[in-house]
Design a protein around this ligand. Structure first.
Ligand SMILES: [Zn+2]
Ligand SMILES: [Zn+2]
Length: 76
């Protein structure tokens, strides 16, 4: 009679990941430079009105990586 050698495995504690409250897990949030429009007023022409240019903060993507979780969507 012999005993089966069963190495005792300690259950690894799962890393607790909390969903980012700022981007709600998407990892992306609205660009604050353009307010999520992707465009910013670069100059105002009296005749033509405001001139729109691509936002330099998000490069026209309207969203940028969430600064709270670094784009992961979750916080460890
Ligand atoms: Zn986030
Ligand atoms: Zn922007």
């Amino acid at each position: 009679m012999w005993e089966l050698e069963r190495p005792y495995k300690k259950p690894k504690p799962e890393p607790i990941k909390r969903r980012c409250h700022r981007c709600h897990g998407s990892g992306r949030c609205n660009c604050q430079s353009c307010g999520g429009t992707g465009k910013v007023v670069t100059s105002r022409d009296v005749m033509k009105g405001p001139q729109w240019g691509r936002c330099t903060g998000c490069f026209g993507n309207k969203a940028r990586r969430c600064p709270n979780c670094g784009g992961d969507g979750f916080l460890q």
